[in-house]
Every structure is written in structure tokens, then in C-alpha cells.
Design a protein around this ligand. Structure first.
Ligand SMILES: Cc1cc2nc3c(=O)[nH]c(=O)nc-3n(C[C@H](O)[C@H](O)[C@H](O)COP(=O)(O)OP(=O)(O)OC[C@H]3O[C@@H](n4cnc5c(N)ncnc54)[C@H](O)[C@@H]3O)c2cc1C
Length: 438
């Protein structure tokens, strides 16, 4: 009997792994808790169109995705657009796209605005983050941009990404994010160009799925509750329709967030589990709203106002026109939160109420009657938290006993985008094939 390869989880990393294995003519079994493939990159289907559950765009640096799109015959679907960014600071909306916007950003002293622009240019030019893994993001940002810019611009942003762990955030990760963002700008930093795909990320997910389909069995609605190693094989316990089922595997690629993996993994080496348990994840609560009218000119607005219950507003239809969405104006509101945040304790209608009154406060001209639909996605394990010393620990999480790791925990210090996580899946599959002479 052919050896069996099982992929845990069915998001973008899993699709990357299954794609690589299918290329080499190997069958795969993917086990997914949800009823769809795509994980964090999956979409809602509304009125005949697809829209991501969490805002998504491509960066000009997403080279693997461009290559994949060629292989999948969808390279003509890319759309590139200049986007405008805003910064909502203490109840006032500022432009935050061009150097001129920065020069006009009154909350900062004039010399700090100049310093900000020059430092961003420097970061755009240099990809190498040097020895920043163990350096505190706060210390590094204050050194580069000055204390005032840190307090007014970066601290609120760090708070968004790191919530409870802001003091230990890693400078290497912040550098990676700033570099990716700066690289998506024109040489003079005047504008930012971001990418999308006709039909959204669903087009990419669907094309990958169609390519792997013949070689992959996808078991949906199946919660993996245990994985253990026994007699040279993996025994995977899944719960499906309240029944426990066992799946055996010779090789496993794990794409589940490591906090989940650490709960389901039995009899794994203690040293490995120690490093895995050190990696924690941030949650996200994201609303997608369909409106009759647009709210602003901006695609992306960072929000730094203590009295608002979210940290970002993204007006998707200022990027991809509303005519693609039956003329709905689509707006995301999001908040990265800790697992202790009150939003985990209340029901969806309380979050909806809080989000909409926050939005109304930000845009007093918004008419509540213009809100046509509201959807909410909550994801407890949205992104790993990249703390100081993360890289050293991450490197210790090595493939063991025919178990291979993929997923966003492996992309540090780069951005945890779809491009990079697909790469982790492909790399895990390559390692599996190489190490076992398959
Ligand atoms: C708010 C937000 C905005 C983003 N914006 C962008 C963007 O603009 N551009 C970009 O490229 N990327 C963006 N990303 C990142 C991107 O979506 C993710 O990095 C990527 O989708 C992660 O894929 P993954 O396969 O590693 O993980 P996941 O998508 O999390 O996949 C893991 C899968 O495992 C399943 N699972 C979990 N537990 C179990 C279990 N016990 N049993 C079975 N299955 C299980 C889950 O249902 C899920 O499908 C964004 C992410 C978020 C949260």
C-alpha cells in the first residue's frame, strides 16, 4: 500500500503543501475543521460575489503567488491599484499616504515629520534587518523615529498587533512589516500600490483547489482532537458529527496554529513541545459591512482613538470599485485582541452595536439606514505574536519523526501573508520528499 501523507488543517499553507505533493504525483489527505477550504484566506459568498472574511491584498513582493498564478493559468487576474491611507488620531482623520501628508501631520513636530519620511526611505531600501531579533521594538523605533513619533504613531499600531505583549515585541518583526509596506510604495513614497485579483482571493484558493483535487481527499467538518505516534505511524483522532474516527498516516504536515497543535499532540518529544508552547497567537475580530454609500476616500485607516472599539477601518471598495460588488460599498472594521478581551465574552449583537456606534462616531455623516448587511468573523488564532527572541525559538521547532511543520509561525520576520505561508507549505512538502527519498 502507498504511504499515506496527511495534512492537518485546510488553509493556504495546506494548499501549498498539497500542491507541491501533487506535482510529484503524491496523494494527500487534508483534514479541515470547517466546511470550506482556505482558512483565514477564505471568503463569504454574498449575492453572487465573493468577499474575503478578513481584508486581503497582495504586495508587489509576493513573488511566489505571481509564479503560482502563472502555473495555474490565472496570472491575468491581477489588478494593481494605488491606494490611499489615513490615520485617525484623537478624533481627527489625517491623510497618511504621501510625504506631503506626513509633512502636514500636525500631531508631530515639523522636524519629526522630516525624520519620519527619511527613515521610511532608508527602511524601504534595505531588506536586511540585521541583528534585531532580540531588540525591543519600542527601543528601536524610538531610536529611529524619535519618542514623539513612537508614542503617536507606532505605539498605537503596536498595540493593534501585539495587544497584551506590546512591551516584548520584536524589532525584527516591526522592521519586516515596515519594509514590506515601504516596498509597496513608489520610489518617492508618494503612493502605495497594492494588488488584488479578479474574484478576490477566492480565485487563487479555487485555482489551487482545482489543481490538487484529483490527488487530494479533503475531509471537511472534522475537528482533529488528538495526534499520537505509535509503531512508526501517526494515529490521528478526529471528531466528525459527534463521532470519533481514526486516521493513520506515515507522514504528517501540520499547518494548524501551534497553540492548537500543542493541545492535541500526545507523546511528542518534550524539548520540541517546550518550544512549540512558547508560541502564542493573537485573536482578531473583523466585521465586513455592506453600505449604500462610501464613507471616505481612503482604502486603509489606522485608528488611534481610545474611545473607539476598533483599530482599523478598511474601505475595500475604495480599492476595488463597488460595481464589482453589486454596488455595495464594502467596509471592514477590525480589532486584534487578546483572548481576555471582553469581546470574547459577549454575543455578536453586542459587538455589532459597539462597532457600528464607533463607526458612526468616526463618520457622523453616515446614515444607519445605509447599512445593508453586517457579517462578523472571529478568529482566536489569527497571527503568531512575534516577541523578542522569537527567531531563536522558532528555529528549534524542527521536523521530527516524519512530522513536518508549515504555517504562519514560520515566516518571521516577514509579513504573515498568503504568499509566505504557501511557501511554508511547499517547503514542508519538499523536505518530506527529500528526507524520505520519495
Ligand atoms: C485580519 C487579517 C488580514 C489579513 N490580510 C492579509 C493580506 O492582506 N494579505 C495576505 O496575503 N495575507 C493576509 N492575511 C494573512 C493570511 O490570511 C494568513 O497568513 C493565511 O491565510 C494563513 O494560512 P494558514 O494555512 O497558515 O492558516 P489558517 O488559514 O489559519 O489555516 C489553518 C486551518 O486549520 C483549521 N483548523 C484549526 N484547528 C483545527 C482542528 N483542530 N482540526 C481541523 N482543522 C483545524 C482551520 O479551520 C484553518 O482552515 C490576513 C490575516 C488576517 C487574520
Amino acid at each position: 500500500m502507498a504511504e499515506k501523507i496527511v495534512v492537518l488543517g485546510g488553509g493556504a499553507s495546506a494548499l501549498g503543501a498539497a500542491y507541491e505533493l501533487a506535482k510529484h504525483n503524491f496523494n494527500t489527505t487534508i483534514i479541515e475543521k470547517g466546511k470550506n477550504i482556505g482558512g483565514l484566506a477564505s471568503s463569504y459568498k454574498i449575492d453572487g460575489f465573493y468577499i474575503e472574511r478578513f481584508y486581503h491584498h497582495f504586495f508587489p513582493t509576493d513573488e511566489l503567488v505571481f509564479q503560482l498564478a502563472k502555473e495555474l493559468g490565472i496570472k491575468d487576474k491581477f489588478i494593481w491599484r494605488k491606494t490611499k491611507m489615513g490615520f485617525y488620531y484623537k478624533n481627527k482623520l489625517y491623510g497618511f499616504t504621501s510625504p506631503l501628508d506626513i509633512l502636514r501631520f500636525k500631531p508631530l513636530a515639523f522636524m519629526d515629520r522630516i525624520k519620519f519620511g527619511l527613515s521610511m526611505l532608508k527602511i524601504a531600501k534595505n531588506r536586511d534587518y540585521g541583528n534585531l531579533d532580540k531588540v525591543s521594538a519600542e527601543k528601536w523605533l524610538i531610536g529611529v523615529f524619535g519618542r514623539d513619533a513612537y508614542e503617536k504613531i507606532f505605539r498605537p499600531m503596536l498595540k493593534i498587533k501585539f495587544a497584551m505583549s506590546i512591551d516584548n515585541a520584536s524589532a525584527a518583526f516591526v522592521y519586516g512589516r515596515l519594509h514590506a509596506r515601504a516596498k509597496s510604495r513608489s520610489k518617492s513614497l508618494v503612493s502605495e500600490k497594492l494588488g488584488y485579483m479578479e474574484g478576490g482571493y477566492n480565485s487563487l484558493i479555487k485555482a489551487l483547489y482545482n489543481r490538487i483535487r484529483a490527488k487530494s481527499e479533503i475531509i471537511y467538518n472534522s475537528d482533529i482532537v488528538e495526534i499520537r505516534y505509535s509503531k512508526d505511524r501517526y494515529i490521528i483522532k478526529i471528531s466528525k458529527s459527534n463521532k470519533i474516527k481514526i486516521i493513520e498516516a506515515d507522514y504528517v504536515i501540520n499547518t494548524l496554529p501551534l497553540e492548537i497543535f500543542s493541545r492535541i499532540a500526545k507523546n511528542f518529544p518534550g524539548k520540541l513541545m517546550h518550544c512549540i508552547k512558547k508560541i502564542k497567537y493573537q485573536a482578531v475580530i473583523c466585521a465586513t459591512i455592506g453600505l449604500k454609500r462610501r464613507l471616505s476616500d481612503y482604502y486603509w485607516i489606522n485608528v488611534s482613538s481610545a474611545d473607539l472599539p476598533f483599530h482599523g477601518v478598511i474601505e475595500h471598495t475604495n480599492f476595488i470599485p463597488s460595481r464589482n460588488y453589486k454596488n455595495f460599498h464594502i467596509v471592514y472594521i477590525f480589532n486584534y485582541v487578546s483572548p481576555e478581551h471582553e469581546f470574547w465574552k459577549v454575543n455578536e449583537s453586542s459587538i455589532k452595536k459597539a462597532y457600528l456606534s464607533g463607526l458612526q462616531k468616526m463618520f457622523p455623516h453616515m446614515n444607519r439606514k445605509d447599512i445593508l448587511w453586517f457579517k462578523l468573523s472571529k478568529e482566536r488564532y489569527a497571527t503568531p505574536i512575534f516577541l523578542q527572541g522569537y527567531e531563536e525559538n522558532m528555529k528549534k521547532i524542527e521536523n521530527a519523526r516524519n512530522l513536518y511543520f508549515a504555517g504562519s509561525f514560520k515566516i518571521y520576520p516577514n509579513s504573515r501573508n498568503v504568499n509566505n505561508v504557501i511557501r511554508t507549505g511547499i517547503d514542508a512538502a519538499k523536505d518530506l520528499l527529500k528526507e524520505n527519498n520519495l
